[in-house]
Design a binder for this molecule. Structure first.
Ligand code: RIB
Ligand code: CA
Length: 317
């Protein structure tokens, strides 16, 4: 039986790659996309989610629109210099012909989890606002979700939005602190591992040679994103963020994990958005503010080459 997943997403070039990787993976059944601000506004994220499913011929998958702003403060604005003005590498796709469902992202998440207890995995690859709002709407989803596999955070290494914080968590630290405190299994696929999953220019060129609409769309949009990495980090390729969370759901054996309680700095400080694990023995876990927090399954290492091979193999299939 394929694992049912909802991808909560801010598409975004790497979000697009992750969505298409999931759609091409027989181990997964994508039962919905929920949208969120981050790389783009929520409005554009929603438009893009609909467009992406149309390109893939998967308009059977519902799209639910998410929150426009973080839970505590207004959204800081999109990052056009990373993903393009359109969030799709400035290819400016025509408007979608399909529409969102008549439920918010939080309502859709709650309904899906509560109607299929223990069977739905959430894969948030953007800020965690919708997941926190769903927990507020129905706290029992924390017991009934199968797992929450988050792309976000940095346990041991530096951030990317700021020297201390990763972009998804930095975009809504208050929401992230709620989600990392939810009792059910929460897995963090953060920069500690995504910076070890590298798609080189040679790998990226593969997409152009794969004859299906999904790979062809990625081939169109990825050069803009790749050029951002080249300028920012002087690498010839990209670090694979959102697809690494999908890879974890398919094959957690490719990752090494540690179980630590995690708090998020939601203060107005230089480490706002930093995920702080309580590393060490139980004494440390008992310290405030980690006291009584559930352990998060934190990815600390990964067989990066295998993740890249798996993603490309699925796109060829
Ligand atoms: O830090 C990487 C994350 O930020 C990814 O989800 C990317 O899409 C951006 O949202
Ligand atoms: Ca994303």
């Amino acid at each position: 039986m394929p694992r049912k997943i909802i991808i909560d997403t801010d598409p975004g070039v790497d979000d697009t790659m992750a969505i298409y990787f999931a759609l091409k993976s027989p181990e997964l059944e994508v039962i919905g996309l929920t949208t969120i601000f981050g790389n783009v506004t929520t409005e554009l994220a929603t438009t893009n989610a609909l467009r992406l499913l149309e390109i893939a011929g998967r308009t059977d998958i519902p799209v639910a629109r998410g929150a426009d702003d973080p839970v505590a403060v207004p959204f800081g604005g999109p990052v056009a210099f990373v993903h393009g003005e359109d969030g799709q590498g400035n290819v400016f796709l025509p408007p979608p012909t399909t529409q969102v469902i008549d439920q918010s992202a939080a309502q859709f998440i709650v309904e899906q989890i509560m109607s299929q207890p223990g069977q739905v995995t959430l894969v948030p690859v953007g800020p965690l606002t919708n997941i926190a709002l769903a927990l507020r709407l129905e706290p029992r989803i924390a017991q009934h979700v199968q797992e929450v596999v988050i792309m976000g955070g940095n346990a041991l290494g530096p951030g990317n939005a700021t020297p201390s914080a990763e972009a998804n968590i930095h975009n809504d630290p208050e929401a992230a602190d709620v989600v990392f405190g939810a009792p059910r299994k929460v897995t963090m696929v953060g920069l500690d591992v995504t910076h070890k999953v590298f798609m080189s220019d040679a790998h990226l060129a593969e997409y152009g040679r794969i004859n299906n609409p999904l790979a062809q769309h990625i081939a169109r949009i990825v050069p803009f994103y790749r050029d951002f990495f080249h300028e920012r980090s002087q690498i010839d390729g990209i670090w694979v963020h959102d697809s690494s969370a999908v890879a974890y759901v398919i094959d957690p054996g490719l990752f090494k994990t540690e179980q630590w309680p995690v708090r998020v700095d939601a203060n107005d400080s230089i480490s706002r958005g930093k995920t702080w694990p309580a590393i060490g023995d139980t004494d440390r876990h008992n310290l405030e503010p980690w006291h009584n927090r559930p352990r998060v399954n934190v990815c600390v290492d990964v067989q990066g080459d295998k993740v890249v091979e798996m993603e490309l193999a699925r796109m060829r299939s």
